[in-house]
Design a protein around this ligand. Sequence first.
Ligand SMILES: Cc1ncc(COP(=O)(O)O)c(C=O)c1O
Length: 387
Amino acid sequence: MDLAERANLISPSPTLAIDTKAKQMKAEGQDVCSFGAGEPDFDTPEHIKQAAIEALNNNFTRYTPSSGIPELREAIARKLFRENGLEYKPTQIIVSTGAKQSCANAMLAVCQPGDEVVIPAPYWVSYPEMARLAGAEPVIVQTKQENGWKMTADDFRDVMTPRTKMVVLNSPNNPTGALYTREELAEIVEVCDEEGICILADEMYEKLVYDDAEFVSVAAVSRQAYDLTITVNGFSKAYAMTGWRLGYLAAPENIAKAIDSIQSHLTSNPTSFAQYGALAALNGDQQCVSDMRDEFQVRRDYVYERISNMPNVTAVKPMGAFYILMNIERTALSSTNFSDRLLSKQKVAVVPGIAFGNDKTVRISYATSLDVIKKGLDRIEEFLRTV
Ligand SMILES: Cc1ncc(COP(=O)(O)O)c(C=O)c1O
């Protein structure tokens, strides 16, 4: 049976291949240090689990409105107002089965064949594929390490065409840890405003920001930004809830309405009782979030310090998320070759940067214990002395 053209355009997640190999080696009893994970290594906080258990015990197990239970949409609207300075009505908020679904929904609602979606690289692996699924064409902008891996307004202008429909801004960024300042965002918003370009603001790592850096929501930059932006966020990274599959977006009313319809036909509601866990996450004590953040910061400091002193590699200090991107250009190895050799020689798993649109880098996730981080970095250092 021939597949649809759409299916042929999509490639499987490249981050999974090395992960599968690392897991296989572990299963064989080998001592592998895995830096591949895209999820916190912490458990979901107790009060969040209890809220979902209670909902389940109360038989809250039926369909809910496809856009989420009203209490949760209200709590998200309050959160966005309180923490991000954004005024959304609950009807502008669509709860989904993860920020991944929210991003895909946003592209499906806004983009169509003939449109271009500008994606700064290094990017989160799914954006280009989502654009293709929507029938649009991803246009990749290579950002520069000397600019902290951030797209400037000039970089953006250079790739813009009359077909540019959307730009993706992911701050804090996966895989670079880059955090855009208010001024940097404002300059990009200005370009979008001139041309009426929609902004997909993926703010998944909002809670993981280090030192005294300020996180700024794109939609909060100006009234124009608010009108152009679809803000995506979720529970996976901030509350260690990756497996729960819960995210959300906030958008201008007409876009939210369209996305509600799309979601109602694709998946219906996110899991009913899980939504009560999300409600407890937002309404409960936020100490658990800052505790996890503090631990990530200790690891970030350690990893950055170590990598800065290793031969043949460089890195930008990540200001958010839990990744560091290591520039391996001086080794003259492709990112896949580097990652394969590192895994077989030193039993350390990293993600080749080609997966993120940059073959001169590899991504290290520090969402693992400091002991594993220390051991893994010792091995990377040894490996680097031999390449
Ligand atoms: C930048 C970014 N956006 C969205 C997601 C998806 O998150 P969720 O688990 O809510 O689908 C991820 C997960 O890795 C991510 O890194």
